[in-house]
Design a protein around this ligand. Structure first.
Ligand code: EPU
Length: 416
């Protein structure tokens, strides 16, 4: 199993380019099920999750090729409607084929994802929405089977805004009969990117990016030719890296408009941030201030940046409160950070982080994707050597992280 070794203490300096957003690329790849022909997607990050989605789509009969940041998906015919457990268990986003398969083929069989390292993460809202559109649902042997001769537009209200749930319904509704309205829809930029991709295929969608999305079904969609938005979480992680190492980074190819809640909190923490077009210049020379955060659906502070922000607060000069409101078990990194000397107490959904003068390098274990990123950040700031184990979590969501960090001065390497 691969590990990442970091000798902490180097101030990061230089320029880094942000890759395309994983969480936009995955649903947009799934949208290729809806159109016949060759779909082209660019600015796709080169990640394990992207190749897993490619593998899943190829098992459905779709041709998958990738070269650099370009992915080609050839949808000539769909030969299977099943997403099996072996893939779904490695990537929950596999559930994104549910809506498009049902709409296009009239049926889909998807392994239930079950719980994961960050919480129970049910898909009841996805299923409820499809049921409202006329789908019949049955559960057997850990699989959910859905079928419908024709999906019909419906008014769907989500109890909580769900990102992939909104995406599944949007894809199903794009070629259903009539109008679907999603209320309390997720507003994340990745949902908007999927809506824009579907619109470029000929779908009629209004309101993406607000809590109410209206989709008027059309008969046919044309193949995709679409460029993915930049990854706001990767960009936020590099901003935090500049902060925790008291460094100075020029972060290129990002969309600062998607990152305001993060930028605002990092400024309060003492980072100097300038933004212009697709560039963020981030510097931190003085002390880090303690700042409280609460994770919320977009445009609130993203849960996917909570662990990285905690690493920064672990070395701030004071006490901060970090509350997690999206997932019930997203504090797995705390125990690992404590092994590095962090002073953190968790009670319910809130972590009290008392900043320490410095962290000490230690062997630590990555438990999920963003937890892994937070341990890399902690390792960059720590005294001595940190070895992060189980980096396959990191490879699911960060493109060549050590190759991007090394030219910035980080003493980091991948070891077997
Ligand atoms: N929820 C339900 N029922 C459902 C669906 C969701 O109760 O049917 C609850 C969840 O348990 C959670 C909340 O709703 O408490 C929000 O979850 P959501 O459905 O929005 O999460 P997701 O769609 O499964 C996506 C991202 C996650 C990101 C979350 C929140 C993708 C592929 N994944 O997950 O990304 O944390 O939205 O923003 O888009 C990551 O990249 O590291 C990652 C975990």
């Amino acid at each position: 199993m691969q590990k990442i070794e970091i000798e902490g203490g180097a101030r990061l300096k230089g320029e880094v380019f942000i890759s395309g957003a994983k969480n936009a690329a995955l649903p947009i790849m799934a949208a290729s099920i809806l159109a016949s022909g060759a779909n082209r997607i660019t600015n796709t990050p080169q990640l394990k999750d992207i190749s897993t989605m490619g593998e899943l789509l190829s098992r459905l009969g779709i041709g998958f090729e990738s070269s650099g940041d370009e992915v080609i998906l050839k949808t000539d015919s769909i030969s299977s409607v099943e997403a099996k457990y072996d893939l779904v268990k490695t990537m929950r986003a596999s559930v994104l084929v549910l809506g498009p398969l049902l709409a296009k083929m009239g049926k889909a069989v998807i392994s239930l994802p079950g719980g994961c390292a960050i919480g129970a993460r049910p898909i009841n809202l996805h299923v409820m929405g499809l049921q409202k559109m006329g789908a019949e649902i049955s559960l057997s042997e850990g699989y959910v089977k859905v079928s419908a001769k024709r999906l019909k537009g419906a008014d769907i209200h989500f109890d909580v805004p769900t990102v992939t749930g909104t995406e599944n319904i949007m894809m199903a509704a794009a070629i259903a009969d009539g109008v679907t309205v999603i209320e309390n829809a997720a507003c994340e930029p990745e949902v908007v990117d999927l809506a824009n991709a579907l619109i470029s295929m000929g779908a009629e969608i209004q309101g993406a990016g607000t809590g109410v999305i209206k989709i008027k079904g059309v008969k046919l969609l044309k193949p995709l030719d679409y460029k993915i938005i930049p990854d706001r979480i990767e960009a936020g992680t590099f901003m935090a890296a500049a902060g925790i190492t008291r460094g100075s980074l020029v972060i290129r190819g990002c969309n600062p408009a998607h990152m305001e809640s993060v930028t605002d909190k990092l400024r309060q923490a003492g980072l100097q941030i300038e933004q212009k077009d697709d560039v963020l210049k981030v510097k931190c020379s003085g002390k880090l201030n303690p700042v409280d955060i609460k994770t919320m659906p977009y445009p609130g502070f993203p849960t996917d940046m909570q662990a990285q922000f905690m690493a920064l607060m672990a070395v701030s000069e004071g006490t901060s409160l970090i509350s997690e409101h999206i997932f019930e078990n997203r504090f797995m990194h705390v125990a690992e950070m404590k092994r590095m000397g962090a002073d953190i107490q968790v009670e319910g959904s809130t972590a009290t982080v008392r900043g320490v003068r410095s962290l000490n390098g230690a062997p630590v274990m990555a438990t999920d994707l963003r937890a892994s990123a937070s341990l890399i950040l902690a390792g960059l700031a720590a005294k001595g050597k940190t070895v992060v184990d189980r980096v396959y979590h990191l490879d699911r969501g960060y493109e060549k992280i050590e190759k991007k960090l090394k030219p910035l001065g980080a003493k980091i390497r991948r070891i077997k």
